[in-house]
Design a protein around this ligand. Structure first.
Ligand code: SF4
Length: 326
């Protein structure tokens, strides 16, 4: 049976599979990685490419949605295949995306020809699934573009294949600063000594690390789990960055949570723990509208020259803020 016009493969590293509790059918890692029949059921509002990435590609594999930055899809290979993946339409399968050198070169040429582009995010697929030489070729070509201010890499490999983060890899990466990295983390069970070592190597190489987490029903959709994850990330020098509402890809209903659940989690973190531990909750707008942040409403209203605010405990406070008299 096919899904999204093809097959999202099943793939999981031995290291990551070892985190699954074999006695627990509801194990959070199992839920993310092992397919169930629900993913073959397409519900209203779902689409194969809900963010309309394919419609914003001036050259294959390069998404140019915002004027000053691009998303450069460099491979369709991943170390693990997440059943809720936004790019389930393309990862792990052959098709119109070839990700060969000529495709990479066409994307690099486009970036070089558009001086308004100051920021490139390498993603895929997982860029760290490429070998060091290939990655170095890409990074060196991008770094040679004078108007490019910095490069980011989006990856899940430090969390699911920490052995890939070798001294040789980080020695190569550190040549291309400023280089930033966003690492996909989902659950506190991922915070292990091996992952701490992989993140430590990257941080020691001067690469600022941020996290990206997708809200998944039955995986991480409660305050306690998310708080434990965020605390674990800070201990590994990974700054919680984005918490995403799960994108409505075809067959994702069983993963998606009500939007209010995300707000509840942010409310349960903000003020209750270190500010650095609170990610930004966003919905990537279907149709290509970009990331839209959602925050609980702490602004109660205005009372003359006072602004009435609500704190994390629900208590109200007044901030004197005279209305400008013209
Ligand atoms: S690692 Fe990222 S790109 Fe690969 S399947 Fe998971 S979410 Fe998709």
């Amino acid at each position: 049976m096919s899904r999204i016009g093809g097959h999202l493969p099943v793939g999981i590293t031995p290291y990551y599979a070892a985190l699954i509790d074999p006695t627990n059918p509801l194990d959070p890692t199992r839920k993310q990685m092992v397919p169930v029949t629900d993913e073959f059921v397409t519900s209203p509002g779902e689409a194969d490419d809900p963010l309309s990435e394919d419609a914003h590609m001036p050259v294959p594999g390069l998404v140019h949605r915002y004027p000053d930055r691009v998303l450069f899809l460099v491979t369709n290979f991943c170390a693990t295949y997440c059943r809720y993946c936004t790019r389930a339409r393309m990862v792990g399968q052959t098709g119109e995306y070839h990700f060969n050198q000529s495709q990479h070169q066409a994307a690099i040429d486009y970036i070089a020809a558009n001086p308004q582009i100051r920021d490139v995010l390498l993603s895929g697929g997982d860029p760290l699934s490429m070998n060091d030489d290939r990655l170095e070729w890409l990074l060196s070509r991008l770094r040679a573009i004078p108007h490019l201010e910095f490069v980011r890499i989006g990856t899940k490999i430090p969390a699911v294949l920490p052995q890939r983060v070798t001294p040789a890899l980080v020695k190569m990466l550190r040549k291309f600063h400023p280089l930033w990295m966003s690492i996909h983390f989902m659950h506190p069970v991922e915070v292990t000594p091996e992952v701490a070592q992989s993140c430590g190597r990257l941080a020691d190489a001067g690469i600022p690390l941020g996290s990206q987490t997708v809200l998944n029903a039955g995986v991480n959709d409660n305050v306690e789990t998310m708080r434990e994850l965020m605390h674990g990330l800070l201990k590994m020098r990974v700054r919680p960055y984005y918490m995403y509402q799960c994108d409505p890809i075809s067959g994702s209903k069983h993963f998606r949570t009500p939007v209010e659940k995300g707000l509840e989690i942010i409310e349960g973190l903000r003020g209750h723990t270190t500010g650095y531990a609170v990610p930004t909750f966003v919905i990537d707008a279907p149709g290509g509208g970009g990331k839209i942040p959602l925050v609980p409403d702490y602004y109660v209203g205005r009372d003359g020259d006072d602004v009435v605010l609500r704190n994390y405990e629900g208590k109200q406070y007044r901030y004197r803020d005279p209305v400008a008299k013209s």
